[in-house]
Ligand binder design. Structure first.
Ligand code: ATP
Ligand code: MG
Length: 741
């Protein structure tokens, strides 16, 4: 097939996009809102540089935010050019830095076969250093030291660059950093942050090499520039230089900067012109992705942020359907609603791939996953693990398994030193050896070893402590309910504190997931007959859920992901779940204006993922992080102009006093229910009906459930009950034989 002509590359672009794609500028900034075609411009500009400016693919370096986006970009350019792009470099910052270090390991002073340390490996090494330094791990949590190392590397700082100003705490962290780095250098290991730092140093220390790449890369293009951190920025600056030979195009949206907590700096966009030299700025204002309703909602929300570069987004597209807001009675009802609407959409001919469920916190996914499983809807957790496959959950389950069976070696291995209790690899290897020798489980082998006093005192005490902990937890939790058992295990083993003390965002998420496990137990318990052996059954349930493989990457499936991982993507139908104060915006951001603005940008990112239809859902009462709380709808719902919203109502609802004519989402719980428009078919339930919403009931056949609604009165009233085991049923009151609990 013939390659496309340069002109035809400009077809299907609007004039601002065309100006950007075909610009002669060596410094180009495309600053534009969501869905305005930034990524599209980047793709077309690369094709243009190759076709019209006769750059070879190997003259181009393109940086994207994920590996998936890189693959997609390559594919799209090949489509446009109708030719393979073999030698073009396109990838993430980390991927590209890695490639450089592999090619130039000698100049980078690395062994040829250097190893990449992933985050878990890194943590293990940091722990080892802390132990070698004989520091107390409770005072010097390894996670915190790891975060210290990584954030400094992200800022471009080696240990010797850091001034502690005599602060003893900082000094110790610095020693850990130093020793950690020595260990990495000796062992030929490179962590993620090191990839960039070291390749930045490679530029600085090897001018000939830098010159070579400056010659080679005639143009560098960066997508999602608003989320670059300091070292990435510095890396680009050195590479591009200022002799004008290497051009650079960056595209970004300050309103979509959502990685401030990981060192991203929106300022990088503002500073670009000062640092890189005279820059042509193109703004794109036409949005091609979303209906005008969705776009106006997004504009309405983001307008509440103060510190913005300011853009105006418009569309000539359809007005589209109003945004549906659903107030779930609780998180289970919320998830049920989402599953139900997904089924309707599938019946209307949408594919599962067309649909995404976005949430603020990973811990929300469990209830949503269960609703998908119950409704037999194939789903995928994008960029993450399913709930029961997460490491922290597996750790907690391993403790529970040991309570059941001391001989469960896999569980034993998993937690004998998690959280760390001072058992080194050597001691653990010794336990394994004895177990092999005597052909007994690790638990028995440990008893033998202790009996024969084979370990050094410190390790022996640690092992003793572990065995005693399991015995003690077993004693304490006999006869208590499953949820309580889980709760005591999570606290008693120190797992929760361990994760809470991790200073990075992931630690917080892990602690949240652990608390969510208590909820999972409580729900599971409620779904069983009273006298069944619930721990064993629960462990089976967890194992089965974890074993159930995710839908394959290419299988048509509903996409579930955090709002953060949705960056850059688009879906015809989007559900944003848990849009509540305290969850989104998160509790921690409520008193911090900077964090609140970042949460709002995240809301903007979420809303603008939707092309045709957006649902915002929240739960009036939510069990999350181990407790049940009443939440008000998020301020982000209130910030959307009211005429764009439509509240979805269940057929029958709790009676609630109606306040005067406040026509906005006031955020107070009573304000949400305002009769701002009429809700077809909504019938209020008599306050004295025995079938009050939320009441627990038991049915002889369906088991325990919760009343979700009631229509009509007297013996012919229809009661809707959500049963834990069999889902929702509609029952006629006089035949229902419901026992009120
Ligand atoms: P985000 O900020 O979310 O990353 P973006 O600015 O990168 O968004 P794109 O993903 O490039 O936007 O484009 C959004 C959608 O609009 C895509 O489906 C794209 O194909 C479409 N689009 C962009 N420009 C045009 C155009 N001129 N004609 C038709 N469709 C367009
Ligand atoms: Mg994009």
């Amino acid at each position: 097939m013939r390659a496309m002509s340069a002109d035809s590359i400009l077809n299907h672009l609007n004039s601002a996009q065309r100006q950007a794609v075909a610009s002669d500028a060596q410094r180009l900034l495309v600053l534009a809102g969501a869905g305005s075609g930034k990524t599209r411009v980047l793709v077309h500009r690369i094709a243009w540089l190759i076709q019209a400016r006769q750059l070879a693919p190997h003259n181009i370096l393109a940086v994207t935010f994920t590996n998936k986006a890189a693959a997609e970009m390559r594919h799209r350019i090949e489509d446009l050019l109708r030719a393979p792009l073999g030698a073009m470099w396109v990838g993430t910052f980390h991927g590209i830095a890695h490639r450089l270090l592999r090619l130039h390991w000698q100049e980078a002073k690395l062994p040829q076969n250097f190893q990449i340390l992933d985050s878990d490996d890194q943590l293990r090494l940091v722990k080892r250093i802390i132990r070698t330094l004989e520091l107390d791990e409770t005072r010097w949590p390894p996670k915190q030291a790891q975060a210290f190392i990584n954030s400094n590397k992200d800022e471009g700082l080696r240990a010797e660059h850091i001034d502690t100003f005599g602060d003893p705490h900082q000094k110790t962290l610095l020693t850990i950093y130093q020793q950690y780095q020595d260990a990495c250098d000796t062992g030929g290991m490179v962590d993620f942050a090191e990839l960039l730092l070291r390749s930045h140093e490679l530029w600085l220390k090897q001018p000939a090499l830098l010159q070579h790449y400056r010659q080679r890369f005639r143009h560098v293009l960066v997508d999602e520039f608003q989320d670059t951190n300091r070292i990435q920025y510095a890396w680009l600056r050195v590479l591009v230089g200022n002799d004008g030979h290497t051009g650079i195009t960056i595209v970004g949206d300050d309103d979509q900067s959502i990685y401030g907590w990981r060192g991203a700096r929106i300022e990088n966009i503002r500073q670009f012109g000062d640092d890189f030299g005279r820059t042509e700025v193109v703004k794109l204002e036409q949005n091609y992705r979303s209906t005008s309703v969705i776009l106006n909602a997004a504009n309405g929300v983001i307008a509440h942020n103060r510190d913005r570069l300011g853009k105006n987004l418009w569309t000539t597209g359809d007005e589209g359907e109003p945004i549906s807001v659903y107030a779930g009675f609780n998180e289970v009802d919320e998830a049920r609603f989402i599953a139900e609407r997904i089924q309707q959409a599938l019946q209307q001919g949408f594919r599962r791939d067309d649909i995404a469920i976005l949430y603020r916190s990973n811990a929300q996914s469990r209830v949503l996953e269960e609703a998908m499983l119950r409704a037999s809807i194939a789903y995928r957790i994008y960029g993450g693990h399913r709930f029961f496959e997460r490491a922290e959950i597996k750790n907690a389950l391993a403790y529970l398994r040991l309570l059941q069976h001391r001989d469960d070696d896999a569980a034993f291995e998993r937690v004998v030193n998690t959280p760390t209790r001072g058992l080194g690899d050597k001691s653990i290897e010794r336990i394994r050896a004895v177990a092999r020798e005597l052909k007994v489980p690790l638990w028995q082998a440990s008893l033998q070893i202790l009996h024969h006093k084979e370990l050094a005192t410190k390790a022996a005490n640690a092992l003793k402590g572990f065995l005693a902990l399991i015995e003690q937890l077993d004693q304490e939790t006999r006869g208590v309910g499953l949820a309580e058992q889980a709760e005591r295990v999570i606290h008693g083993t120190g797992l929760l504190t361990f994760h809470q003390n991790e200073k990075d965002d992931r630690g917080e998420a892990r602690a949240e997931n652990l608390k969510e496990l208590i909820n999972a137990c409580a729900e599971f318990e409620a779904s069983l007959d009273q006298d069944s052996p619930s721990l064993a059954a629960f462990l089976d349930h967890a194992a089965l859920e974890a074993g159930e493989t995710q839908a394959d990457a290419d299988e048509d499936s509903v996409q579930m992901m955090t709002l953060h991982s949705a960056k850059g993507l688009e879906f015809p139908i989007v559900f944003m779940a848990g849009v509540e104060e305290g969850l989104f915006p998160s509790m921690q951001s409520v008193d911090d204006p900077g964090r609140m603005e970042e949460e709002r940008r995240l809301a903007y990112v979420g809303i603008t993922r939707a092309m045709k239809k957006l649902y915002l859902t929240y739960a009036e009462s939510r069990r999350i992080y181990g407790t049940e709380a009443l939440h008000a709808p998020s301020r982000f719902i209130r910030e959307i102009p009211l005429h764009l919203l439509q509240e979805v109502r269940a057929a029958a609802r709790i009676t609630r006093p109606m306040s005067s004519s406040d026509n906005s989402y006031s955020g107070g719980r009573s304000g949400v229910r305002e009769p701002v428009r009429s809700y077809g078919g909504a019938r209020m339930q008599a306050a004295d009906s025995p079938y009050q919403l939320g009441r627990s009931v038991r049915h002889p056949k369906f088991g325990d459930g919760v009343i979700m609604g009631c229509e009509g009165q007297g013996p012919n009233a229809q009661v809707r009950v959500n049963f834990a085991g069999v889902g929702e049923k509609r029952l006629v009151a006089q035949y229902a034989r419901l026992e009120m609990l």
